[in-house]
Design a protein around this ligand. Sequence first.
Ligand code: HEC
Length: 237
Amino acid sequence: MYTGILHTHKLVVTLFLIYYLVRTILLLSNKHEALDKLTKKLAIPDRIISALFLATGIYLAVFSGTSAAGSWLWVKLIAVFASIPLAVIGFKKKNKALALLSWLLIAYAYGISETKSPTMNKKAYFESLAGDVQVNTAEANMVPGQENYDIAAHGQALYAKNCQVCHGEDGKLGKSGAKDLAASQKTRDESRTLIEKGKNAMPGFAGYLSEDEIMAVNAYIHTKFIQGSDLQAPAAH
Ligand code: HEC
């Protein structure tokens, strides 16, 4: 459900951004007649898209359930809601500055969503993922090869820091459309690729976690949750 709404939201927001960009360009280039014609023609689709935009957005905000949703989400909501009256007045009064400002605010909100950060700094989002989860920082910061390196402890601490907020301590929490790890049939290769690249509401950790860290957390989920998948997997190469 969450993932379906997420896809709908992305589609609707993209349509909305394109439509408002076209209208803004028409206004900026003084094509008032064409603008009025387009606005009139698409008045009903515009209403449907705007309503879907808000309804899916509110659903996602309420049900993401990650504590990390906090700060960036508020900035995004303020940008979106500030842009609405600006657009209404801007297009009504044919005020170029207001219409442009409104479009820029929506585009900024889109950038925040993609990076989950008001400053478009993805690292801040990853840093905030742990939320209220207790993390053993010394273990999370271990490096393979160091004295007393323990891959199990390393993986567990990394899981608490980066994954638990959505997947839960037992792998079953299912926040933001997360899948039950205990029911997963993924091979080690498949889950490693998924951790690197992400999918739907799950962020890709490549570039934030090192290869060693991804290996440790992947090993952890396979010993702890993803039972037996390695036995069914085609021979490792
Ligand atoms: C913001 C929430 C979120 C975080 C944080 C997160 N995940 Fe996920 N995870 C998801 C979602 C959503 C899916 C389902 C993706 C899809 O639609 O297939 C998923 C799916 C998975 C799957 C695949 C399960 C299957 O069989 O399809 C694995 C494995 C996994 N996550 C591991 C991790 C690990 C390891 C971490 C931490 C490094 C992590 N996740 C962090 C949300 C999250």
